[in-house]
Design a protein around this ligand. Structure first.
Ligand code: URP
Ligand code: ZN
Ligand code: ZN
Ligand code: ZN
Length: 507
């Protein structure tokens, strides 16, 4: 069906018009610039049965192959969002996007896979996994899970082992904030880190000092500050910096790699930077909102506007986002997530008279790819190849699913986007696909538009139309002992050798 240019095969032009409106398992993307994280070229991409078969210049197709013209456009791996919360019970509410609506939004914005945070049910990880498995049955795109650890005992340790060995989970999140709900103590953190290391699973932290947050909240309420601006004021960057430093040092003590989710401040960034420069394996994840916005809207007199920006750690004062952008471009931070956790305005209104009751979370799964394009590529801060790296490839490598995901290579899943750098995009709650009734990027206009999204080899987004199928999404199992674990045993062995024989022995 396919041959290199120069051969006698010709496109079945007569069928093209018809085939363009149909789903076919064979696609040929012609004439674009194919961008991977480490190489870009003028090439065509041939896809069959959901998998990339060939990437080479001047491919020609014959019958039954749908041709997509990508002339003047970038053909890139679909985005992978490493941090979402679909239909998550949180602060007495449930985030408003379920796996179907959230993934539809993601696909419309060029993201073809996400990793969602499963939460234990009453502290039980196995029950949490089963609950998330059920929620995700309605999926229309590929997904994976991280699992949160919210307490420590033998059952938790056993369940972690089961999740890693039987269920394809290779990362566990520890909350250092949300006291009385999800927060863990240092003791639990250390035990959890040790277990993660043993299993080859990556520990992740939400790094804010939870005791400090409670104190900060009390301080604001005593001062009579009850509105949304009390949220950032009650949990300042110093609390994020402290927890980030503590988690990093405990990870060093255990000798495990560490992944810091939603790095929002210079304070946290500086800790990640220091650790990385000392040779420690720390991954720092900024989120779209932190990269692109500042906290000014939290002072908007209209509660509905201000409340939609409430997330934790908070969106910071002007200056922090520029530092995060610089850190992303220089490699101090490695990949961009969203922390997509949308609550609509009626849910946010529960905290109208007390910011502590505003459910924490913002939208982003649909906007991330465009926001990163605009803030990082349009501004000249990163190359298009680095764009692919921070939106897709780095995530696939860290979570050990590369090159099935995160690349356009023969054998990779055909999760692909086509971005037209000359078209424009304007973000609005009136046109987005998430269920949330507001959008923190409302009115954001930019050059660059993801015109086409291909998921599992099917065109699911084109010309502004979303064509998704419930139940089509696949659970992507992720194997333990990714590259971040290579060589840890050697460091451990050197440590043991360095210990002198005990001078005093019990006799
Ligand atoms: O405000 C946020 N970030 N909500 C989601 C839960 C979390 O901390 O990631
Ligand atoms: Zn259990
Ligand atoms: Zn968090
Ligand atoms: Zn989160």
């Amino acid at each position: 069906v396919l041959s290199r240019a120069g051969a006698e095969d010709i496109c079945t032009v007569g069928n093209e018009g018809l085939e363009c409106t149909q789903q076919t398992s064979k696609l040929l993307i012609q004439g674009g610039t194919v961008v991977n994280a480490d190489y870009q070229q003028q090439a065509d991409v041939y896809i069959e049965d959901g998998v990339v078969k060939l990437v080479a210049p001047n491919l020609k197709a014959v019958g039954g192959v749908r041709i997509i013209d990508a002339t003047g456009k970038f053909v890139m791996p679909g985005g992978i969002d490493p941090h979402t919360h679909m239909e998550m019970p949180f602060m007495g509410q449930e985030s408003i996007d379920d796996f179907f609506s959230g993934q539809g939004a993601a696909l419309a914005g060029g993201t073809t896979m996400h990793i969602d945070f499963a939460l234990p049910v009453d502290g039980d990880l196995a029950a949490g996994y089963q609950a998330w498995e059920k929620k995700a049955e309605k999926s229309c795109m590929d997904y994976g899970f991280h699992m949160a650890v919210t307490k420590w005992n033998d059952d938790v340790a056993k369940d972690m082992e089961w999740l890693v060995k039987e269920k394809g989970i290779n990362s566990f999140k520890f909350f250092m904030a949300y006291k009385g709900a999800l927060m863990v103590t240092d003791e639990e953190l250390i035990q959890g880190f040790k277990k993660c290391k043993e299993l080859g699973a990556l520990p992740q932290v939400h790094a804010e000092n939870g005791d400090g947050v409670v104190e900060g909240q009390t301080r604001m309420i005593e001062l009579g500050i009850t509105g949304p601006e009390g949220h950032p004021l009650s949990r300042p960057p110093v609390l994020e910096g402290e927890a980030t430093a503590r988690a990093i040092r405990l990870a060093k003590f255990v000798n495990t790699p560490l992944y810091v989710v939603h790095v929002m401040s210079i304070d946290a960034l500086d800790e990640v930077s220091r650790a990385r420069h000392s040779g420690q394996r720390v991954i720092g994840e900024p989120v779209a909102s932190g990269l692109a916005l500042d906290d000014s809207k939290l002072w908007d007199p209209d509660f509905k506007i201000a409340a939609q920006y409430v997330m934790s750690p908070p969106i910071r004062a002007a200056g922090h986002s520029q530092a995060l952008q610089a850190a992303l471009s220089s490699g101090v931070l490695q990949l961009v997530a969203t922390d997509h956790c949308p609550f609509n305005s009626t849910q946010k209104a529960l905290g109208k008279y007390d910011f502590r009751k505003i459910p924490n979370g913002v939208n982003g799964v649909e906007e991330r790819m465009h926001i990163v394009w605009d803030t990082m590529v349009n501004s000249g801060k990163i190359s298009v190849m680095d764009y692919v790296r921070v939106t897709s490839t780095a995530c696939a490598k860290i979570f050990n699913i590369y090159p099935r995901k995160g690349a356009i290579l023969p054998g990779s899943d055909a999760d692909i986007i086509i971005l037209n750098p000359n078209a424009t995009t304007t973000i609005s709650s009136k046109t987005h696909h998430s269920r949330i009734d507001t959008n923190i990027y409302e009115g954001w206009s930019m050059k660059g538009n993801i015109e086409t999204t291909i998921s599992q080899g099917n065109v699911v987004w084109e010309k502004g139309n979303l064509n998704v199928q419930r139940g089509k999404g696949r659970y992507i199992a992720m194997k333990p002992f990714g590259y971040l674990f290579d060589g840890l045993d050697k460091v451990d062995a050197a440590y043991l050798t360095s210990l002198k024989a005990p001078v005093h022995r019990a006799s």
